[in-house]
Design a protein around this ligand. Structure first.
Ligand SMILES: Cc1cc2nc3c(=O)[nH]c(=O)nc-3n(C[C@H](O)[C@H](O)[C@H](O)COP(=O)(O)O)c2cc1C
Length: 370
């Protein structure tokens, strides 16, 4: 299926969407099998992929009544940056598979919505161009590379371009086995590039090997020996705040806080270690472990305003959207991502009001029955 060439603002199907499930259905309908399987799949039996959403649904809210909710404020801050609501964009590779606007569409939508865009190492658009599309509202995600100079160069470029934080993904020394991508040998279509890290020639050579092209490429790039001790080296290359993405336990959260790093609770959308704990189930022990020393974020399975509310109630400062942003992008480019963010903010506002809360500061653990 081809991406329609309608201007973003002139897409009646987009206007007809009332929730993120509608946007997902529309987005999916616009993708070919290669892209769809890459975006949708989780590791192995996809137990964790499904658990992320199921765990949100299983939590019950304890709303309060007879509170003046005529004005409800969804705003917050992350690392001092004001956000319209506690929803950002998680890093995901290859936005060009979703829409011709690629990362620029996502970044513009995030910026205009007062959100934040986390740019993947594996973007189809150079760091500097994305930073220009979301001025002051971009974080950069790094996979630690075997070639330290490559890592250092990426980090310096991101910092120079105006990134506000460095998100180091720590749950992927190896790529999880997403079986549909292996079975059908996922590959980037020839028109897409990975300009930050790879030449097209490099990727083309990998196509002759077996399995997923991404797995083949990743194996040769990522430093599998990167440990807590190496964070000092990262600090020597950048003065940006460091966020560790992919932590799921109190033990690692304590270490992160001791290393002065913020914590992003995530199981990579169920794409890495299958049967790992769902991210919302991991959140309370992480929040207790850091004890307010650093900020805590979460991603995985967020599709409703009530999901955002539950994550905030359990101590997340902000949640991030992985697939939901990609479905929005596939559904309608920049306007599709913007619609995703707007619908979620509207749902959060209503959920706050119906819970008897005027703002996020009033939201605490007592709102959730664990
Ligand atoms: C298609 C796809 C590509 C991804 N690429 C990256 C990546 O390049 N770097 C990274 O740190 N996480 C990556 N992730 C993980 C996301 O950042 C995020 O943790 C996850 O998607 C959240 O779960 P959700 O999709 O249920 O929202 C990717 C996820 C998906 C679905």
């Amino acid at each position: 299926m081809t991406t329609p060439n309608l201007p973003d603002a002139d897409q009646p199907e987009l206007r007809g969407t009332v929730n993120l499930a509608d946007l997902e259905a529309l987005g999916r309908s616009r993708l070919d099998r290669n892209a769809l399987e890459y975006y949708a799949s989780g590791a192995n039996d996809e137990v964790t992929l499904h658990a992320n959403r199921a765990a949100f649904r299983a939590l019950r809210l304890r709303p309060r009544m007879l509170v003046d909710v005529s004005n409800v404020d969804t705003s917050t801050t992350v690392l001092g940056l004001p956000l319209a609501c506690p929803v950002g964009i998680a890093p995901s590779a290859f936005h060009g598979l979703a829409h011709r606007a690629a990362e620029l569409g996502t970044a513009r939508a995030a910026a205009s919505a007062g959100s934040i865009m986390t740019l993947s190492t594996f973007s189809n658009t150079p760091i500097e161009d994305v930073a220009d599309a979301a001025p002051g509202r971009m974080w950069f995600q790094l996979y630690p590379c075997i070639d330290r100079e490559l890592s250092a160069d990426l980090v310096r470029r991101a910092e120079a371009a105006g990134a506000r934080a460095l998100v180091v993904t720590v749950d992927a020394p190896f790529v999880g086995r997403r079986e549909p991508n292996e079975r059908h040998r996922f590959a980037l279509p020839p028109h897409l590039r990975v300009p930050n890290v790879a030449s097209r020639d490099h990727l083309a050579r990998l196509e002759s090997e077996s399995g997923s092209q991404l797995v083949n490429y990743f194996q040769g790039l990522i430093d599998k020996a990167f440990t807590w001790d190496d964070l000092a080296w990262l600090r020597s290359v950048t003065s940006l705040p460091v966020v560790l993405k992919g932590l799921l336990t109190a033990e690692d959260a304590v270490l992160a806080a001791e290393h002065g790093c913020h914590v992003w609770v995530s199981n990579h959308g169920g794409r890495q270690l299958d049967t790992a704990i769902s991210s919302i189930a991991a959140l309370p022990e992480v929040v207790d472990a850091v004890g307010g020393r650093v900020e805590v974020y979460l991603d995985g399975g967020v599709t409703r305003g009530t999901d955002v509310l539950k994550a905030v109630a359990l101590g997340a400062r902000c949640i991030f959207l992985g697939r939901a942003a990609l479905w929005g992008l596939a559904a309608g480019g920049e306007a599709g991502v913007r619609r995703t963010l707007d619908l979620l903010q509207d749902e959060l506002r209503l959920a706050l009001a119906l819970s008897g809360k005027q703002n996020l500061g009033q939201v605490g653990r007592d709102l959730v029955r664990l």
